[in-house]
Design a protein. Sequence first.
Length: 106
Amino acid sequence: MYIVNVHVHVLPEHREGFIEAILDNARNTVQEPGNLRFDVLQQADDPNRFVIYEVYRDDAALAAHKATAHYARWAATVNPWMAETRKGVKYQPLFPEQPEQFRVRL
């Protein structure tokens, strides 16, 4: 599996636009066959900071995600809105152990 937390800090005047753009990206990403989870979190004490928690079946699924039109549209839109360069941190899963356990639908 490929798991990454992307830390994002946007300029205050672009916060609402960023939220609109990331939600569009998220809604499309969860439809991808290789995506297991895509959570968008807004920091409680600083609404201009976000974490995007992404889980893919493998590196190929992440590469497929980055090749989509919706990802390209998102990146082109939000890159100028960053207060600092976004940072992705990769993780190894310990639990849950099976990819199917990551996809939780309420």
